[in-house]
Design a protein around this ligand. Structure first.
Ligand code: SF4
Length: 767
């Protein structure tokens, strides 16, 4: 199968008028404030803006629907406890622009699909449930009950429950997620893929195997006690901006910050805290002490080079570098790990990492004398074929240094979406543990399916090969978030019905099954009024703290339902009398849902009481206390292969990143301010020597091609931008180049798409 070079319905290809400046050297500061204010004021009046912004991330207020970075325990600024991108996220959700049925009557699905993701997203909130009938060109309104019964009828007519797929995005609250997975399992399947499958699944697998829990071990307070913070394959300035405050405070307390990334990112160079007069008037805080510009997927050889040099020091001066007591009492596999290091050639490791030995020695000198190290990472480590190995190599470093299970040290996989970690805790997982299913069965009087379900990649494959499935998405923009866009579009088109629970219009509403339904839900900032009164929901942040979120704004339409109410309505229509859950009662009072969670999931004792503490509560975490009993009592050193990243003549590696004007698939604007790229998303960042070799100049138009297992894929029409990346490494924006990520190119063990390392060729287009 060869992809056609143009598929404008999936990724419209027109250029928008690029301008370039030099990349910035300082993140945040006043430009961030101006940007935040502009985005908010574009979407709502000052009164509404004031109401929501002063509640954002405050104790008992509205939890930011952006990333999952935790809120400080001690002090929250009354001026604003959020970042520029948190403001953009809430502006998108709390907008007063809305899409009434007239909009859908005027614009056909085909016409809407020809627009850019930016244009589509800026239309406003969806105001009523809508249906696209078989063969119809336009969506039309549908009553809620009719929508539930239509979906239930299709679900109950399937040959088996495994012919349905129930996706979850990471914004869904604990309460909605728990009800949703309960409904899906009562219906009869574990097909519960989620966005974790595409982001931190590799972290979950790697950490579960080595330290016994698939979550990070540190708290925010650990940053302030640390001696070294490693930031690897992560761009917090754009994707988790308040992390810069934590890095600043760590830095002020004396911690060294080592950043490892394929391109220099502004947020890691210098930070001006907009709430500090000294920062705003002065130069801000230099964050990075040492930047290692690694080759794409050069992290395993880099970590091995660091560890090998540390081991050399340890051998020459025993017990001066490694934590012998910790290694002996708390770990296993050390000998095999050392044997592997001894067998490696340092020069080859440096060459494979792309970093000179002198720079690696600088890192070693910092790490050798440090006893409290935090390692943070994100997709730059996880979305590789060897994503699990990348993380396990980082864990090797922490174990060798005894830097886990004590204050100021540990693992910190930084989660991208505000409740992605909580959804997994609530049971949104295609591979549930038997103990969890046992608890569900005994509490809710039904027989849970025991065979594992489908993750994201396997769901797409099954929908692609099997006609007539039902696809249901609780939030998100599945088509844009997933790899191999054309293939995934075909998979969705094969479905008999696609259903999206959404707040705003996105591309997944425009590439559909034979019939499609949009169920518009309340956002996190909306007042959620149910029969028993105003409700709040709860979420779990990246560091395992569970806390409440209470909507404050009047919903833009009276036709919206909360996510728990949507699940309850659908469950009632589908399950009839199966099980013992009074679906409508539980949706009327979320305390009942929290009691159900408490009865089923360890760590949620006295949930209703503890979640009302303004600071929330912390979930148990063995690794945080050096308790590795869940994996037999010892943390595990591992031996990880060095990936073979050879390229053929004319090939390049490509990685995908977000711009500063985007959060996951939501496009807030067309600028990437920190990188100096304005008003354009169809760009490819290249090393200048590579450009010369390819006779390319700044602004040239190129097509990007990928050939994997004999299948050719093309992302047409990108503008070349010279940038500081190593030779043979190129960078593009997600989701425009998802079309190049092959569906069968996935991480070992975690099945995560390899969006951070795709082989491409670049062909100049004569215009
Ligand atoms: S750091 Fe993340 S959670 Fe905090 S305000 Fe910014 S986007 Fe929201």
């Amino acid at each position: 199968m060869s992809k056609k070079p143009s598929d404008t319905e999936l990724t419209p290809e027109s250029f928008t008028g690029m301008t370039l400046t030099k990349p910035k050297h300082t993140a945040a500061g006043l430009p961030a404030v101006f940007s935040a204010v502009r985005h908010i004021m574009d979407e709502m009046d000052p009164l509404r803006a004031t109401k929501v912004m002063f509640e954002l991330n405050q104790m008992g207020g509205v939890d930011c629907p952006g990333c999952a970075w935790p809120d400080p325990k001690d002090h929250r600024s009354k001026l604003g406890e959020y970042c520029e991108n948190g403001a953009k996220a809430i502006a998108e959700e709390a907008t007063t622009k809305k899409l009434e049925p007239e909009f859908f009557a005027k614009n056909s699905v085909e016409e809407l699909a020809a627009q850019s993701d930016f244009w589509i997203g800026k239309r406003g909130r969806i105001a009523q449930p809508m249906i696209l009938d078989e063969g119809a060109t336009h969506y039309r309104p549908i009553h809620w009950q009719d929508a539930f019964e239509t979906i239930a009828k299709e679900l109950n007519a399937l040959p088996s429950p495994d012919h349905a797929v129930f996706y979850t995005s990471g914004r869904t609250s604990n309460e909605a997620a728990f009800l949703y997975q309960l409904f899906v399992r009562m219906y009869g399947t574990n097909n519960l893929p989620d966005c974790s499958n595409m982001c931190h699944e590799s972290s979950g697998v790697a950490l579960s195997e080595t330290v016994g829990i698939g979550k990070g071990s540190v708290t925010l307070e650990d940053f302030y006690e640390s001696e070294v913070v490693l930031v690897i394959g992560q761009n917090p300035g754009t994707n988790h901006p308040r992390m810069l405050n934590a890095l600043k405070r760590a830095n002020k307390n004396g911690a060294k910050i080592i950043t490892i990334n394929p391109l220099p990112e502004t947020g890691l160079i210098r930070f001006k805290d907009p709430q500090s007069v000294g920062d705003v008037l002065g130069e801000g805080t230099a964050l990075t002490d040492l930047f290692l510009q690694v080759r794409l997927n050069g992290d395993v050889p880099l970590m091995k080079a660091i560890l090998k040099l540390l081991w050399d020091k340890e051998k020459s001066e025993p017990q001066s570098v490694f934590d012998k007591d910790f290694i002996e009492s708390k770990t296993e596999g050390f000998t095999a790990f050392i044997d592997d290091l001894e067998s490696k050639d340092l020069n080859e490791l440096c060459e494979a990492s792309g970093i000179a030995i002198l720079q690696i020695e600088e890192a070693v000198n910092i790490l050798a004398s440090s006893k409290k190290i935090i390692a943070c990472w994100a997709m730059g480590l996880t979305q590789h074929k060897n994503g699990v190995g990348n993380i396990q190599e980082v864990v090797n470093l922490l174990l060798a240094k005894g830097s886990i299970g004590k204050p100021g040290a540990g693992t910190c996989p930084v989660r991208g979406h505000s409740n992605v970690q909580g959804d997994r805790t609530m049971g949104i997982w295609e591979k549930p543990k038997d103990s969890f299913l046992d608890a569900l069965e005994s509490s809710f009087n039904f027989k849970a399916p025991r065979h594992h379900g489908l993750d994201v990649v396997d769901s797409i494959k099954k929908m692609h090969e099997q006609q007539g499935m039902v696809f249901f998405a609780m939030g998100g923009n599945f088509l844009s978030a997933t790899p191999d866009t054309s293939y995934t579009a075909e998979a969705l088109r094969n479905c008999i019905l696609t259903v999206q629970v959404s707040t705003k219009l996105n591309r997944s509403h425009l590439v559909t099954g034979r019939r499609a339904i949009i169920l518009p839900s309340l956002g996190r900032s909306d007042v959620d009024m149910q029969a028993s009164g105003k409700q709040f929901v709860s979420v779990e942040n990246s560091m395992g703290v569970v806390h409440s979120s209470q909507g404050r704004l009047k919903p833009i339409s009276t036709h919206l339902l909360s996510e728990p109410a949507i699940v309850a309505g659908l469950a009632k229509a589908t399950l009839k009398d199966k099980g013992n859950v009074e679906w409508h009662q539980v949706a009327e009072n979320y305390d009942i849902i929290r009691n159900m969670i408490q009865a089923t999931i360890p760590g949620f004792e006295n949930y209703n009481e503890r979640v009302r503490d303004p600071q929330g509560f912390v979930l148990p975490n063995g690794a945080r206390n050096a308790d590795f009993s869940s994996i037999g009592g010892k943390a595990k050193f591992t031996v990880n292969e060095i990936p073979d990243n050879k390229l053929k003549q004319g090939e390049f590696h490509m990685t995908t990143v977000r711009t500063h004007d985007q959060f996951n698939t939501t496009i807030y604007g067309l600028n990437d301010r920190y990188r100096g790229i304005f008003n354009e998303r169809r760009v490819i960042l290249m090393n200048e020597e590579d450009m010369k070799d390819q006779t390319l100049e700044k602004g040239d138009v190129v097509d990007l091609w990928n050939e994997h297992n004999g299948i050719k894929r093309c992302a047409p029409r990108f503008l070349v931008v010279p940038y500081s990346v190593l030779q043979k490494c190129t960078v593009t924006y997600f989701p425009e180049t998802n079309v190049l990520v092959p569906i069968d190119s996935v991480a070992d063990k975690s099945n995560t798409p390899t969006s951070k390392l795709v082989k491409i060729t670049i062909k100049k287009v004569i215009v």
